[in-house]
Design a protein around this ligand. Structure first.
Ligand SMILES: CC(C)(COP(=O)(O)OP(=O)(O)OC[C@H]1O[C@@H](n2cnc3c(N)ncnc32)[C@H](O)[C@@H]1OP(=O)(O)O)[C@@H](O)C(=O)NCCC(=O)NCCS
Length: 213
C-alpha cells in the first residue's frame, strides 16, 4: 500500500488546485448530488492562507479539505473534503478530517465548527469527532456561506424551504461546550433511514421536524 502524507498546504501545492477541483466535480456527478462549486483560484487562496490540508502519496494527489471562516469568525466550516478514487476505503478521509479538525481548533480555538453534508461517510466521521446533528437555525446566518449553495443542484429546495432545511444535514461542534463522556449516539441505520425520509418528504413538499432542540 502506498504511503500517504497529510500536511498543511502552501504555495508549493498550487499545482494540485486544478486536479482537486476536477476530482470534486467528477465525484459529485457520479454521486448525482449537488455540491458547491470550487475554482482552482479559490483553492489556491486557501492554500496560501494556511487554511487547506492536502494528502499526497509521493507527488500524487490523494486527498484534500479546507477551512472557511464565517460570521466574523464565530463559525468555521471544513469543506471540500475529497479523497481521490485510487485512495478510498482505507481510512484516509477520516485522517484528513481529523488533521483538519485539530489544525482548525488551534487556529480558530473559539469558533464553532460546523458542516452540511448529504454524505454518510462525512456524517459518520463528524460524529466521531464530536459533532452533533442540528437544524440549520443553529448554523451561521452569514449570507456568504449560504450563497455557496447557489451552485448546488438542490438550491431550489433550500430556497423553497426558506433556508430552514434542505437535503443536507447540518452538524455542529462547539469547542466551548464542556465535553462530557464521548457520546456514542451514532447509529448508521437510523441516519440512513432519516436521510431517506427527509429526501422523500422534501421531494413531496411536506413539513418535517427531524431533531427537536
Ligand atoms: C466520502 C469520501 C471522502 C470518503 O473517503 P474514504 O477515504 O474512502 O473514507 P474512509 O475510508 O476514511 O471512511 C470513513 C468511514 O466512512 C465510511 N464510508 C466511506 N465511504 C462511504 C460511503 N460512500 N457511504 C457510506 N459510508 C462510507 C467508511 O466505512 C468508514 O467508516 P468506519 O470507520 O466505520 O469504517 C470519498 O468517498 C470521496 O471523496 N467521495 C466524493 C466526495 C464526497 O462525497 N465528499 C463529501 C462531501 S460532503
Amino acid at each position: 500500500m502506498q504511503e500517504v502524507h497529510i500536511t498543511i498546504a502552501d504555495e508549493s501545492h498550487f499545482l494540485y488546485a486544478e486536479e482537486i477541483c476536477s476530482v470534486i466535480s467528477d465525484s459529485a456527478k457520479v454521486r448525482g448530488t449537488g455540491i458547491a462549486k470550487r475554482t482552482p483560484d479559490y483553492v489556491q487562496t486557501k492554500m496560501k492562507n494556511g487554511d487547506a490540508i492536502i494528502a499526497l502519496s509521493d507527488d500524487q494527489f490523494a486527498g484534500f479539505c479546507y477551512i472557511e471562516s464565517w460570521g466574523h469568525g464565530e463559525y468555521v466550516a471544513h469543506s471540500g473534503l475529497i479523497v481521490h478514487p485510487d485512495f478510498r476505503n482505507r481510512g484516509l478521509a477520516k485522517k484528513i478530517k481529523e488533521f483538519t479538525f485539530n489544525h482548525s481548533l488551534k487556529k480558530y480555538p473559539t469558533a464553532k465548527v460546523f458542516g452540511i453534508t448529504t454524505g454518510l461517510a462525512v456524517m459518520k466521521i463528524n460524529s466521531e469527532l464530536g459533532y452533533k446533528p442540528v437544524t440549520f437555525s443553529e448554523l451561521t446566518d452569514d449570507p456568504k456561506f449560504w450563497s455557496g449553495c447557489k451552485t448546488c443542484t438542490n438550491y431550489e429546495i433550500l430556497t423553497s424551504k426558506d433556508h430552514k432545511m434542505c437535503l443536507c444535514t447540518g452538524m455542529l461542534y462547539d469547542p466551548l461546550r464542556k465535553k462530557k463522556k464521548k457520546e456514542k449516539w451514532f447509529n448508521q441505520k437510523v441516519l440512513k433511514r432519516l436521510k431517506k425520509i427527509k429526501q422523500t418528504m422534501l421531494a413531496n413538499n411536506k413539513p418535517l421536524l427531524l431533531w427537536k432542540k
